[in-house]
Design a protein around this ligand. Structure first.
Ligand code: OOG
Ligand code: NI
Length: 468
């Protein structure tokens, strides 16, 4: 890599800013949501100066308004293969496999995201990327037609792919190339008012599943939402209607807690947009399509497999008991049940740590270093924590939740009826298209925790060795 190349974190920031600007101009309601989130964040900090201090210390303040994620839906394995190469230039790599067929959505997905701590700190932007599973379309003629339409499109500009090759050969892009790359890549995510199909074809695809129509009918995988971070998701959810935005019925994920876990998210309902369909002999036909929305998120600590099992069990028990309709029936019962059931989930950092439910990052305290220097050697991490020699901070969850993601998809289908595809997760096929294996998110958190323990213990032994 030559010294003239631009750091991937920087290209990612150029990209997320460009996406934000483009999406605000394409979907004005999204601009309204950003305004609302900014207002609530300001109010939350004003009423909680400690929170503001903490955000300032961790240099989070400047980045608060920066988008955390977006989402796209792809049509073919080749598209998935090339998007992986594109995102690599932006320092985003596939983490996690999500099978959404269980929730009646004919796609499977991964998240392209920064992996290293520094990269996440510099710019955490990620893209939830889904691939259509044509094999789940039952009607064979329709399946073939969809495949034929998808085979004809090229969602990347030739120049974007050329620059990917430069990156792959040289290990980086220079400033002018990086800027050009971002401009070219933006074209892939842009909205197209003109469909690639006739209204009749659109209706057939729509009949199979609205998402299939969304993926197959257009020339590209338009970004379907962006998601900023909110400091108080319940407040934003409550205020949305007052700003003329219709939120989905409930917030996905865990309930509000003292110690936030995993990810809470909510969205506003997709807007209806005018589309121009192809018609015979050059005539044009107008129609409508509903796909694009806005979302907000609030993240908490990453859970260990044990913690995740408890989370999944509690959530499933609530969802078995209360089914929220798209129009919002039973939303109140759902929320109170959720809060009630989750009383079983410990809600203090020490309990979460002691019971091995969540991941933490450890560091020696000043007392710890002093004690080490005076040779008071304590052995285990637990002993060191108990004596105040080690300090621990939650490791933030950087991934997605399949049940929540399904809820976000579902809220935009405008029907309570769930299509049922039998469970048939197919990670191998997904990874074959992708061209690499997806990273396991739990391994990443476990490693971050272990690295911090190794580092902290090394610092303590160093202090002990240096002592007279
Ligand atoms: C993706 C929905 C999932 C999330 O935040 O869980 C998602 C989509 O609608 O394409 O973005
Ligand atoms: Ni999302």
């Amino acid at each position: 890599m030559s010294s003239m190349t631009v750091h991937a974190d920087e290209i990612r920031s150029l990209f997320s800013n460009a996406m934000s600007e483009m999406y605000r101009s394409e979907v004005p309601q999204y601009g309204t949501l950003i305004g609302l989130v900014t207002d609530i964040n300001t109010a939350t900090m004003a009423s909680d100066p400690e929170l503001e201090q903490a955000l300032r210390r961790s240099h989070e303040l400047d980045r608060l308004g920066v988008e955390r994620h977006g989402a796209i839906r792809l049509g073919t394995p080749e598209e998935l293969f090339n998007i992986r190469r594109i995102f690599a230039v932006l320092g985003m790599h596939p983490v996690g496999y999500y099978d959404l067929s269980v929730a009646g959505v004919p796609v499977h997905s991964t998240a392209f995201r920064p992996v290293e701590d520094d990269a996440l700190r510099n710019n955490p932007f990620r893209v939830f990327t889904s691939l259509l599973r044509l094999e789940l379309i039952e009607d064979e003629a329709l399946r073939k037609m969809a495949a034929r339409i998808l085979a004809q499109r090229q969602i990347f500009t030739p120049r974007a792919l050329e620059l990917v090759e430069v990156f792959e050969a040289e290990g980086g892009l220079e400033q002018a190339e990086a800027e050009e790359f971002v401009r070219e890549v933006l074209e892939t995510f842009r909205w197209h008012r003109d469909a690639a199909v006739t209204l009749a074809t659109y209706n057939k695809l729509h009949g199979a599943h609205r998402l299939i129509a969304d993926i197959v009918s257009f020339r590209g995988p338009h970004i379907n939402h962006l998601t900023p971070r909110t400091l108080d998701i319940d407040a934003v959810q409550a205020v949305m209607p007052k700003r003329g935005i219709t939120p989905k019925a409930v917030i996905e994920g865990p309930p509000r807690r003292v110690c936030p876990i995993l990810l809470r998210q909510t969205s506003f309902k997709a807007i209806e947009e005018r589309i121009v369909f192809k018609a015979a002999e050059g005539a044009l036909v107008e129609g409508r399509h509903t796909a694009r929305f806005g979302e907000i998120e609030q993240r908490g600590v990453a859970l260990t497999p044990k913690g995740r099992k408890l989370y999944d069990r509690l959530l499933a028990s609530v969802r078995r008991q209360v089914q929220v309709g798209v129009a919002g029936s039973h939303a109140g019962t759902y929320e109170s049940q959720l809060t009630g059931r989750f009383k079983e989930f410990p809600d203090s950092w020490s309990a979460l740590r002691e019971q091995g439910l969540a991941y933490f990052r450890y560091a020696p305290t000043r007392e710890g270093l002093a004690a080490a220097a005076s040779k008071q050697i304590l052995r285990s991490v637990d002993e060191l924590v108990a004596s105040g020699h080690l300090h621990f901070d939650p490791i933030i969850y950087e991934d997605f939740l399949p049940v929540s993601a399904a809820g976000i998809f579902q809220s935009n289908l405008d029907t309570d009826e769930q299509q049922n595809y039998s469970e048939c997760s197919n990670r191998d096929a997904f990874e074959q298209g992708l061209g690499v294996k997806v990273a396991n998110e739990l391994d990443l958190y476990a490693k971050a925790q272990q690295d911090s323990i190794d580092g902290a213990l090394a610092q303590l032994s160093k202090a002990a060795r240096k002592a007279p």
